[in-house]
Structures are given as structure tokens and as C-alpha cells.
Design a protein around this ligand. Structure first.
Ligand code: ZN
Ligand code: CA
Length: 501
């Protein structure tokens, strides 16, 4: 019911920016549609933007109006900063403090700014650096911590021509330590969660030093925060690297360690560190067979999708661990990790995804398994993943290629190979035998990768081709590269091609 009410609200107030707070919107929270967020949330957001996005609150700010907690000083500047942060994290750039935006702000992360850039690159002038572990207080044994740090340095020295030596006494270039709260460097830690660690750019004294928040639950596995994942990131700063908005990069500011995903530098990290220090002599032999992973690029002419779905007012395009979000109000599409919306819930490389609006759930498919995420409780339903045989498929069907949901008529079409199955969402049954895709959807080659219904058309995706299909006329009305669904401009295209050379 809430969703219907929301869409009515959006329809009735066309001048206003829509409520774009899915799916992390907690249903019991009021929707601060025209009143702005409550004071405490706005204060938190302002501090966040001040810390990470260089927002400068005006000293002579107007007094906040007490009425309904409205901040009369919801300035353009602040709105710009919210948009800058939203773009960085691949959120729709509404400029509003949606609950989803606030949720991203609350995610554990590195303490360094996301926008600080320096005139010239700050880097070490020598290739051999010493490090020392000081002020150690962690429940993990000292030898384990040493091993973790050694491994973290090796990840960088495998790609850049650097050597890192541990010293136990004397002075070292890089001092690594654990601290609680205020530790006299002007950037106090904040207790459990929030900021996990920070580091200083190369230089004398504190330069290059790395501090971990001792209040966090550090681990060498996936409980609490993985020390290796955070160490590799912070050591990147100690070498002079800034934050990257590439969600596949180690230098992405939010903590996104997933035990299912191998911890490694991305193509972007490698390129950035090699730009500063050159290429390690071991690089070619280590990475010739398995080059560092590239984050999928929306302008790649060979781009294909794993799955595509509508979700409330947006369209989501899934690829590997990532997804692009297309919001009807914004031309640009941001890339983000699937796990940023559904943490610890669904695996990467999905086969199909659809939103069952009537059931208020999102259904994910991979192989013979499926997962149901409830939008009401914002979590996975108990007992998932389950076998796709639940839908009534015969046992020979081991996976689905795509799921196409029709909100109005409450049914879903599943595509498997050359056939498709119509599933009634109300009766929860597949009606009749499968139909040939060639007969039901003439002009669509099989098997398909993904399908979605929006704006009155069915959109099919196969390889790098997008087919726009008119379901009434029963024909393909246009075809084009899949990139035409994302805001890929010709010029960007050229940039990317030249970057690859
Ligand atoms: Zn960082
Ligand atoms: Ca903390």
C-alpha cells in the first residue's frame, strides 16, 4: 500500500523531487518529503560532508526554525555536496538526504576525505621503505598481525617496484598503530563502526603513518572487520593514493570486504600506483595469466548484462559484483556494488532478478538457487536460498536465463534456453507447458541474458545487443548496443578506448 501511496504522491506533486529512498528506507520511518530530514540526521550528514567532502558550513547561518524541525538553511551548497557524495557512491543524485543516502553515510569506512586532491602527486622518493608496528593493542596475536601487514605490503610490491622492511626498534618511514578515540593527531576515532582507520600521505614525521581504530572488532577472517582488507587500503594512502570512486577498487572508501570475493588490487588501483612508482619487475610474470580485474565499464562496446530489473521507480542493470542504477529523473547512471544495497545477501554473477511489486519482494536467481529479499523488513526471507523447483519447473531446468515481471497483471515470464514459462504470482503456479520464445516473442534470439518491462516496452538483452519490443504489436521496434540504456556518451566512449591503448 505504501508504494502506491508513494507513487501517487510523486504524481500529484510533479514539481517536487521524488522520494528516492528505496530499498534501505526503513518503512516505519516518516518520509521527510517536504520537511527535510530531522535535525539530528541533518547534523550527522553535515558533519559527514564536512569531513569527507569539504563542505564548509557558513558561520553566519540563519537560526534554524524550530517549526517541524525544518532547517531554513538547507542551502544550495549543502545540496550540491549531497549530490557530489551521491554521485561518488553511485546513488541517484537527488541532492536530498534520502534514508538510503543516510544509510550509505553510516557505512563503515576510511577516515580520509573523498575529494581531497593535491596539486602534485605526493610520493616517496625512495623505493625501499621501512615500517614499524607500535602501540599494539589488538585481540589478534601479534604474530598474526605481522603476517597480515606483511601480506598487505606484498599486494602493493607485487605491482609496483617497492620494497617494505619491518623494523622492530629504530625509527621507520611508516609507523602502524592501533588507537582509541582521540589520539592527538587532530582526527579522533569514533568508537565502534564509522571510521575504521586512516593514514597520512608520504612525508616526514607522521607522514606515511597508518592508524587503526582499536575499538573495532578486527579479524583475520570475515567476522568483524577484516584487517587485511583495511590494511591494503590504508597502505595505499601511505603510498600516496587518494580515494577512488570505482567500487571495484581497493581505494574505494567504504568497507566492502566479501569473503566470497578474492582480495586483490583492481585494474584501477594497479594503474594508479604504477603511475606513481613504475612497474614491479615481477608484475608481468605474476599477472600475465590473470590480469587485475577491471570494473565493468558502461561504455564498453562489448558490455552485456547478467540481469535487469525494475525496482520501484528505477531500473537496475546487473553485471558481476556490480550494478548500474537508472533513475527516471536523472540522465546519469551510477555504478555501485550489489552488496551495497543487499549486504551479505546475494552472490555476484546473478542469472535473473525481478521485483514482485504485489509481494513487496525482490527475487534473485543464480543457478538452481533463488533468494527472496523483503522490502518490508529489508532483509532476506528466512530459509533462503531455496531450489528453483519451488516455482514448478521440471527437474531438468537447472537455472533461468531471465525473469520478466508484469506488475499490472501479476505474472512473471521465466526464460530458459529457447522456451519461456508463465508464472502466476497470485496462484504461485506455472500455467501450462513452456512456449517457444521464437513464437511468443518473434524477432528475439535465444537464449537471452536479461529482460525487463518498463515504459510500455519489453527490453530484451543478449550479448551486447538491446532489443526494444512492443508487446502489443508483437514486434521488435528497435535494436542497439546495450550501452544505449546507460548514459554512455560518444566522447566518453573515445576516452575509454584511448585509455586502453
Ligand atoms: Zn581511505
Ligand atoms: Ca570507528
Amino acid at each position: 500500500m505504501k508504494m502506491l501511496w508513494l507513487s501517487l504522491l510523486t504524481l500529484m506533486m510533479p514539481g517536487q523531487t521524488p522520494v528516492a529512498a528505496f530499498p534501505l528506507r526503513s518503512p516505519d520511518l516518516p518520509l521527510h518529503h517536504d520537511a527535510g530530514p530531522p535535525e539530528a540526521e541533518q547534523k550527522f550528514a553535515e558533519e559527514y560532508l564536512q569531513h569527507f567532502y569539504g563542505y564548509k558550513p557558513k558561520s553566519q547561518r540563519q537560526k534554524r526554525t524550530a517549526v517541524r524541525g525544518v532547517d531554513a538553511d538547507w542551502t544550495t551548497e549543502l545540496c550540491d555536496k549531497v549530490q557530489e557524495m551521491q554521485r561518488f557512491f553511485g546513488l541517484p543524485p537527488t541532492g536530498e538526504l534520502t534514508n538510503e543516502t543516510l544509510a550509505v553515510m553510516r557505512r563503515p569506512r576510511c577516515g580520509l576525505s573523498d575529494v581531497e586532491r593535491f596539486e602534485e602527486t605526493i610520493r616517496w622518493k625512495k623505493k625501499t621503505l621501512s615500517y614499524r608496528i607500535a602501540g599494539y593493542n589488538s585481540p589478534i596475536s601479534a604474530s598474526k598481525v605481522h603476517r597480515v601487514f606483511r601480506a598487505a605490503w606484498r599486494i602493493w610490491s607485487n605491482v609496483a617496484p617497492m620494497k617494505f622492511h619491518k623494523r622492530s626498534r629504530k625509527e621507520a618511514d611508516i609507523v602502524i598503530s592501533f588507537h582509541n578515540g582521540d589520539h592527538q593527531d587532530g582526527s579522533p576515532f569514533d568508537g565502534k563502526g564509522g571510521i575504521l582507520a586512516h593514514a597520512f600521505l608520504p612525508g616526514f614525521g607522521i607522514g606515511g603513518d597508518v592508524h587503526f581504530d582499536a575499538d573495532e572488532e578486527w579479524s583475520v577472517n570475515s567476522t568483524g572487520f577484516n584487517l587485511l582488507a583495511v590494511a591494503v587500503h590504508e597502505f595505499g594512502h601511505a603510498l600516496g593514493l587518494p580515494h577512488s570512486s570505482d567500487p571495484g577498487a581497493i581505494m574505494y572508501p567504504a568497507y566492502n570486504f566479501a569473503p566470497t570475493h578474492e582480495l586483490q588490487l583492481s585494474f584501477r588501483d594497479v594503474k594508479d600506483v604504477q603511475h606513481m612508482y613504475g612497474i614491479s619487475p615481477y608484475f608481468a610474470s605474476l599477472f600475465s595469466k590473470r590480469p587485475p580485474p577491471r570494473t565493468p565499464d558502461k561504455c564498453d562496446p562489448d558490455l552485456s548484462f547478467d540481469a535487469v530489473t525494475e525496482l520501484q521507480q528505477e531500473v537496475l542493470f546487473f553485471k558481476d559484483r556490480f550494478m548500474w542504477r537508472k533513475h527516471p529523473k536523472f540522465e546519469e547512471t551510477g555504478i555501485t556494488l550489489i552488496s551495497s544495497l543487499w549486504p551479505d545477501s546475494v552472490p555476484p554473477y546473478l542469472d535473473a532478478v525481478y521485483e514482485n511489486v504485489g509481494g513487496n519482494v525482490i527475487v534473485f536467481f543464480k543457478g538452481h538457487q533463488y533468494w527472496i529479499w523483503t522490502l518490508r523488513q529489508l532483509k532476506l526471507e528466512e530459509g533462503f536460498p531455496r531450489n528453483i523447483s519451488d516455482f514448478g519447473f521440471p527437474s531438468r531446468i537447472k537455472s533461468v536465463d531471465a525473469a520478466l515481471h508484469f506488475r499490472k497483471d501479476r505474472y512473471t515470464v521465466f526464460f530458459t534456453g529457447h522456451v519461456c514459462w508463465r508464472y502466476n504470482e497470485l496462484q504461485k503456479t506455472i500455467g501450462g507447458s513452456p512456449k517457444l520464445i521464437a513464437e511468443l516473442w518473434p524477432g528475439i534470439p535465444t537464449p537471452i541474458d536479461a529482460a525487463v518491462f518498463y515504459e510500455g516496452f519489453v527490453h530484451f538483452f543478449k550479448g551486447n545487443v538491446h532489443y526494444k519490443y512492443d508487446p502489443n504489436a508483437k514486434r521488435v521496434v528497435s535494436t542497439g548496443p546495450v550501452n544505449d540504456q546507460l548514459d554512455c556518451k560518444r566522447t566518453e566512449d573515445n576516452e575509454i578506448l584511448s585509455e586502453r591503448k
